[in-house]
Write a protein that binds this ligand. Sequence first.
Ligand code: RP5
Length: 171
Amino acid sequence: MTVHLLSLMQSKKIHKVSIVMGSQSDFKTMKLCQKVFKILKVKFETKIISAHRTPNRMYDYAKRAEKNKISVIIAGAGGSAHLPGMIASLTTIPVIGVPIESKKLKGLDSLLSIAQMPKGIPVGTVAIGEDGAINAALLAASIISLSDEKLKINLNKWRIKQSSSVKKKPK
Ligand code: RP5
């Protein structure tokens, strides 16, 4: 098979991002990922999976993710936030962790839990809370856009719109 044909097939692949979170309480943050994907026209699914409250669900989900044709996983978790790392240990699909702002430590606990993965199992980590959820979706879109020309165009349009929304002078 020629390289050209291969890249053509890759660009035809329909990518899907899986958004998962440890609790219903994370959804107010994680729904911002959905918002970004709707604008960029990225396919997604959304699930609640807790590493400690539903460990079997987490295991089954991570083991089936490749078969389910998931391209990138975004996992939001708060407190001792082990969900992104545990999922990453069960699949080689890229995992982006969103540290949820916790009540007691304002998300610093979540940030350190997600970012400080020991070598061997990487988790891409974004900022705490809503900015992190938005950037996680944009990062997932960037990854997918490597083999999806239409998405690359949408992503560039989004950047241009963002630049033009910044006023030249403060009021
Ligand atoms: C984590 O515990 C979740 O990701 C959530 O951020 C945190 C608190 O969960 P709830 O007690 O609100 O269900 O597993």
